[in-house]
Ligand binder design. Structure first.
Ligand SMILES: [Zn+2]
Length: 249
């Protein structure tokens, strides 16, 4: 592991444009559960698809009940060494933006400016009206839900309110995907951190980077379907590997 980390450190030092693509594995080290993993939340509670959310008050209430149940974990989570290493890369100016599948806001919490985090699956730390787009705060919605048990509605237009995430069956955010592809295909070095690379179309972004000529590095605890395509694969704790490669404690 030490030799490959040294190799990664050299690759980072020698690259002028570095794209970073992150997934659940970087946040599990902050205590955020990986929903998709074996034994994870989704193996016990099947995710509720977007069309069911739109169609049924009961589905909306269940979606919100689960979201509010997660709130203490999300509130307690702090960025870890892996997030700090990514933030340090952004601070060098060589990483234009962090592309993330995560919805927890921890890259922003680690000091990466909002404008430099591209969230291809959205963000669960706030909510929005599906009709007028008005932003709603989770704490306010939780208080109202505790009082009446009804799924939240927009106080401006009466529309359905949902976390600002991309649910199963919901359209990917076109602008974010286009920006993600642009920044990843422009990179010399593409660092894929903590993603199992099984969720499409997001997993297509590192593929596009590699096809555009980037050197592809995958850092993850478990094997991924793109390992064979990668120029370097590092298996281990993300905070430790990335922290050492970037030189961040
Ligand atoms: Zn509204």
């Amino acid at each position: 592991m030490r030799d490959t980390t040294t190799l990664l450190r050299r690759m980072i030092e020698e690259s002028r444009r570095i794209s970073v693509f992150t997934g659940a594995g970087i946040s599990t080290e902050s205590g955020i559960p990986d929903f998709r993993s074996p034994g994870g939340v989704w193996s016990r509670e099947r995710p509720i698809p977007f069309d069911a959310f739109l169609a049924s008050e009961a589905a909306r209430q269940e979606t919100w009940r689960r979201r509010f149940a997660l709130e203490p974990i999300l509130r307690a989570a702090r960025p870890n060494r892996g997030h700090a290493a990514v933030a340090a890369l952004v601070a060098t100016g060589r990483t234009e933006a962090v592309v993330t599948q995560n919805i927890d806001g921890l890259h922003q919490a680690s000091g990466v400016p909002d404008a430099q985090v591209i969230e291809v699956h959205g963000n669960t730390t706030w909510a929005a009206c599906l009709d007028c787009g008005r932003r709603h705060e989770i704490a306010d919605l939780a208080a109202a839900f505790a009082a009446d048990g009804r799924a939240p509605r927009c106080d401006r237009c009466g529309g359905l309110v949902k976390t600002a995430t991309i649910a199963f069956g919901q359209a990917m955010p076109a602008a974010a995907m286009a920006r993600a592809e642009a920044t990843m295909t422009a990179a010399e070095l593409c660092l894929v951190v903590g993603s199992s690379l099984v969720v499409w179309p997001a997993a297509g972004l590192p593929v596009a980077a590699k096809q555009a000529g980037a050197v592809l590095v995958i850092v993850n605890r478990a094997p991924t379907p793109l390992d064979e395509m990668a120029d370097l694969v590092l298996r281990g704790e993300i905070g430790a590997v990335l922290g050492e490669a970037v030189g961040v404690q």
